[in-house]
Structures are given as structure tokens and as C-alpha cells.
Design a protein around this ligand. Structure first.
Ligand code: SF4
Length: 220
């Protein structure tokens, strides 16, 4: 697909979606300093959790405890209380506690800045590691893929993949590099507001003319 088509699609989406806030993990949160560590923790909190709940929990924890050293002072129970009611809050409290200890001991309190090292942290998968690289460390050359970023390029007919991991590899080949930095934020928002998982709003979709609607059985 020629770069000009991607350009048109990205511009149309940016125009349509500018009225909404960017996704919670990557946007500024009141009273929370944006660092690789706060990005990592926000991302862990957001897994299987609604935006509003993630935002509240992230502010409650990270406005007071925004470094591995500060979190290391908390008991697991206090940590769980601070992040309640995010999904799996007890498991996440345990993971966050373990993760901060590893970051302090092995990485001198700094969140690692390679995919390989990030992926060794328990509870960190490719999506989280890629998000930390792009939005935490501000590095280029990474594509975080969540469920929306996986579903939509398949519906559009850009790729035919079965898993987010396959999608990441396919898009790294297909999507020109100048679009990589904007891709995650834009497609997550698009997937939350218009190209929703069940019955997407195709009638008000700004890129309908570019979409093959693969696998779309009901739409609005
Ligand atoms: S036309 Fe429908 S399926 Fe295609 S991108 Fe737009 S909302 Fe999604």
C-alpha cells in the first residue's frame, strides 16, 4: 500500500478523533510525573481495566509513590488498597512489588530500556514493553499492539493475522516508519470510539472508503 494512502488514513483519523482524550496510559495524569517508571506502572494497572478506573488508581498510587524506592516501602496490602478496584488488584500489587524490587536490585532503580530486559520482568509482555519503549523512554522503532491495534488493521484488510504478536511483525513490515509513533494512540482511541469490537460504527467512520470490513458481520 502506498505511503500516501496511510497518510490520508492517519490524517482523517487524527481529525475525527481530536475531540477525545488520548488513551489513559499515554496521557498526562493529574499530579503524576511522566517517567518510564510511571508509564510502566500505569500500563500494568490498565490491563483488563476500564480507562476511568485506571486513571483513578494511577493517580492514587503514582501521585504519592512515583519511584521504585517509594513503592518498595509499601506493604503489598497497602499497595492493593491504593490501586483498588483495578482488575486483579491483588495480583497486580504483588507483581508491582516484585517488579520494583528487581528494578532496584538489578537496574539500580532505572526501568530498563531494551525490549529484551523489559520482557524479563514478570508481568511485562510485548505490548507493555513496547509502550514503555515508545511512551516512557521516547524511543522510535517500536509498535505496541493491543486488541484494537490487532483487530482494526485486519478489518481494514491491511493484514491477515491471528495474534497481536503476528500483527506487530506484519505491521513493522507494512506500515511506513513515519507512522509508527502515532499508531498505538490513534488506533486504540479509534477502537474505543468508532471501530469498536462488536458492531462498529461504520456509518460514521471517517475511513470507511478505505476499509474492506473483513470479518465485520454486524455494524451500525
Ligand atoms: S468501516 Fe467499520 S470496520 Fe472499517 S474501520 Fe471503519 S468502523 Fe472499522
Amino acid at each position: 500500500m502506498p505511503a500516501i494512502l496511510f497518510q490520508n488514513i492517519f490524517e482523517l483519523l487524527q481529525k475525527e478523533l481530536q475531540k477525545y482524550n488520548t488513551p489513559i496510559v499515554t496521557r498526562e495524569k493529574a499530579g503524576v510525573k511522566e517517567t518510564p517508571f510511571t508509564t510502566l506502572i500505569s500500563c500494568i494497572l490498565s490491563l483488563r481495566t476500564k480507562n476511568e478506573v485506571t486513571e483513578e488508581a494511577a493517580i492514587s498510587l503514582l501521585s504519592q509513590y512515583d519511584t521504585p524506592e517509594k513503592i518498595a516501602q509499601l506493604t503489598e496490602a497497602t499497595l492493593a488498597n491504593l490501586i483498588y478496584p483495578v482488575g486483579f488488584y491483588k495480583t497486580k500489587a504483588k507483581r508491582i512489588k516484585e517488579m520494583t524490587q528487581v528494578i532496584i536490585k538489578k537496574y539500580d532503580g532505572n526501568v530498563p530500556d531494551t525490549m529484551e530486559e523489559l520482557l524479563t520482568l514478570k508481568g511485562v509482555g510485548r505490548k507493555t514493553a513496547n509502550i514503555v519503549m515508545v511512551y516512557g523512554h521516547h524511543r522510535h522503532g517500536f509498535l505496541p499492539i493491543d486488541t484494537h491495534c490487532h483487530r482494526i488493521p485486519n478489518r481494514l484488510g491491511w493484514i491477515r493475522t491471528k495474534t497481536p504478536e503476528e500483527t506487530e511483525q506484519a505491521l513493522l513490515k507494512l506500515l511506513p516508519e513515519q507512522f509508527w509513533d502515532d499508531f498505538n494512540d490513534l488506533f486504540v482511541l479509534f477502537g474505543q470510539k468508532i471501530c469498536v469490537p462488536i458492531s462498529p460504527f461504520c456509518s460514521k467512520c471517517p475511513i470507511q472508503q478505505y476499509c474492506k470490513q473483513i470479518g465485520v458481520t454486524t455494524k451500525r
